[in-house]
Design a protein. Structure first.
Ligand SMILES: Cc1cc2nc3c(=O)[nH]c(=O)nc-3n(C[C@H](O)[C@H](O)[C@H](O)COP(=O)(O)OP(=O)(O)OC[C@H]3O[C@@H](n4cnc5c(N)ncnc54)[C@H](O)[C@@H]3O)c2cc1C
Length: 309
């Protein structure tokens, strides 16, 4: 997400190269994205996000509670990235600066005291109402994201793979998603650390963007944040303000810090701390995803009160 986007932004002003270990873009993601933010960012490199939108689910149903979806769309991430890669010439150049856009792998920057959760996901066929479904517990959650034409991403992330599979089973029971015809399946990881815990962002002549520096929310939203972080790096580079980069990232993603604190409070069973963070989390989710309603409050209250270990 971040690397190819940044490459497009920078190639107007700099001699840039890009390389990837993969021959094809990585599509291991549920393909949800915050529409307003991503539409604007992609427009800057001449991509119309609307051309890649598969659908906009009307509701998100989490632990049985239904909330109206405001801003999350499902996009064909694989096709968008493929088209983007076709516009890019993959080549190495003699560089003054290297960008680590390797996601959870963080290949170039110093290693972290990390928190990587394994994820499992498959595409299956189901005939169900096209909403986003989630089943959460303290340490992780399972999801079903509609892709249109009866296809669904069914997946989960948790402390380990066994627990993730367990969560998928619970999701199947909760929403009656039987074992559908499987089209593909994959495993990956997701970084559950906010930017402040992924420092340094800069080390020698290496600078990080996206998930490599923790631009993923406590609820696993990393697509639009990856683009946003790349845009910030681009602005710092063209304005010769690299020294401002860390400060700008921390400021932009304060909401990610807040969400992580909320999730961490729940995981540690610190209910008072979670309750105190509720108003902030509600305001974040209202901006990024859901419509403000009593059900949103009920859902977050349910997460705090009833989550099973
Ligand atoms: C199962 C799953 C579901 C998710 N669902 C959602 C969702 O619905 N919505 C959302 O917003 N976020 C979601 N996320 C998070 C989101 O996908 C990531 O946070 C986002 O893709 C991060 O973007 P990035 O550019 O930092 O890294 P990535 O998109 O992961 O890109 C990293 C790139 O680095 C390459 N690379 C790795 N190692 C090397 C190397 N040694 N040399 C060169 N290249 C290398 C990889 O091949 C890859 O192309 C999900 C994540 C997972 C795992």
């Amino acid at each position: 997400m971040a690397g190819s986007y940044l490459h497009m932004l920078l190639s107007e002003d700099f001699d840039v190269g890009i390389k990837d270990v993969r021959a094809e873009p990585d599509c291991r993601c549920a393909w949800g994205i915050a529409y307003k933010q991503a539409k604007k960012l992609y427009m800057e490199i001449g991509i119309d996000l609307d051309e890649y939108i598969l659908l906009k689910p009307k509701y998100a149903v989490a632990n049985g509670i239904k909330i109206k979806n405001r801003n999350i769309v499902i996009f064909d991430k694989k096709r968008l990235l493929k088209n983007l890669w076709e516009q890019i010439e993959f080549k190495e150049v003699k560089a003054d600066l290297f960008v680590d856009a390797t996601g959870y792998k963080r290949v170039l920057l110093p290693k972290l005291d990390d928190k990587l959760y394994p994820t499992i996901q498959m595409i299956e066929e189901h005939d169900a109402e096209e909403n986003i479904y989630a089943y959460a517990r303290r340490t992780g959650y399972a999801w079903a994201f509609p892709l249109g034409s009866n296809r669904w991403h069914i997946g989960a992330g948790d402390l380990n793979e066994t627990r993730a599979f367990e969560l998928i089973e619970r999701l199947r029971q909760e929403y009656e998603f039987g074992e559908g015809d499987k089209i593909c399946s994959c495993k990956s990881k997701i970084r559950m650390l906010p930017p402040s815990k992924c420092r340094p962002f800069v080390s020698g002549n290496v600078i990080g963007v996206g998930e490599a520096i923790g631009c993923v929310s406590g609820f696993g939203e990393g697509n639009a944040p990856a683009l946003e972080s790349a845009k910030i790096l681009y602005e710092c580079l063209i304005n010769d303000e690299l020294g401002e980069y860390e400060k700008r990232i921390l400021k932009e993603f304060k909401w990610i810090e807040e969400e992580h604190k909320f999730v961490e409070a729940i995981q540690r069973g610190k209910m008072l701390s979670a309750v105190l963070r509720l108003p902030e989390v509600i305001s974040i989710e209202r901006e990024r995803s859901a419509e403000l309603s009593l059900n949103l409050l009920f859902l977050l209250r349910d997460l705090i009160r009833n989550l099973k270990p």
